[in-house]
Write a protein that binds this ligand. Structure first.
Ligand code: URA
Length: 216
């Protein structure tokens, strides 16, 4: 299932607009904060489809019946660009376990690149709800590699992807490879450059959040 959160009139649309805006995105703190806010609100949206259980809560004056979340999800993100979105999800799923994966584009001499995954720290994900954040779902190849990498550690019950901007080509690829996942998008764009950048997109999310890196 694909959910485009920009289709409703909501603050997410406002924050994605600011992420894209060249006159605003030079403010790195605001760029990270907007990603974090998108993570928070998306956590709230995802919580509506997660299992809840009835619980009796002792108040100072009596007992209140409440629905509470049955189990916290595991939050996974791809370093480094995923960190602000991950922080937003963690602010709301505040007792979640966390997984981190490093992925980067290893550029070839011919101008192409391959996705290299090198580091992973992962809690138990067997039979858990797994929420993976990656701000830009471009070709989808780093995401699919990440899912395969994580699945070597255990078999999650369900997988949700959280992204600020997704590209239709990438969505189709992820759907083909992992048909049972839900993708939550801040917005969806249709074009991808030969170098794998989303158009109109926003540029390089990792550089905008944390500063330019040397090419490797
Ligand atoms: N990663 C980014 O940061 N931006 C894109 O457009 C695609 C991948």
């Amino acid at each position: 299932m694909i959910v485009n959160l920009c289709q409703q009139h909501s603050l997410i649309s406002n924050w994605v607009a600011e992420l894209r805006d060249t006159s605003i995105q030079g403010d790195r703190m605001r760029f990270r904060k907007n990603l974090e806010r998108i993570g928070e609100v998306t956590a709230y949206e995802i919580s509506k489809v997660l299992p809840f259980v009835e619980k009796e809560i002792q108040t100072p004056l009596g007992i209140a019946e409440h629905k509470v979340i049955k189990e916290q999800p595991v939050l996974a993100t791809i370093l480094r660009a995923g960190l602000p979105l991950h922080q937003g999800l963690l602010n709301f799923f505040d007792k979640a376990e966390n997984a981190f994966i490093s992925a980067y584009r290893k550029h070839n001499k011919d101008g192409g690149f391959e996705i290299s995954l090198e580091y992973m720290s992962c809690p138990d994900i067997e039979n858990k709800t797994l929420i993976i954040s990656d701000p830009m779902l471009a070709t989808g190849s780093s995401l699919v590699k990440t899912i395969h990498f994580l699945k070597e550690e255990g078999n999650p019950r369900e997988i949700h992807i959280v992204t600020a901007i997704a590209c239709t080509v990438g969505i189709e690829y992820v759907k083909r490879e992992e048909p049972n996942i839900t993708i939550w998008c801040g917005d969806i764009d249709d074009e991808l450059t030969a170098k794998g950048y989303i158009v109109p997109g926003l540029g390089d999310a990792g550089d905008l959040a944390f500063g330019a890196k040397l090419q490797m």
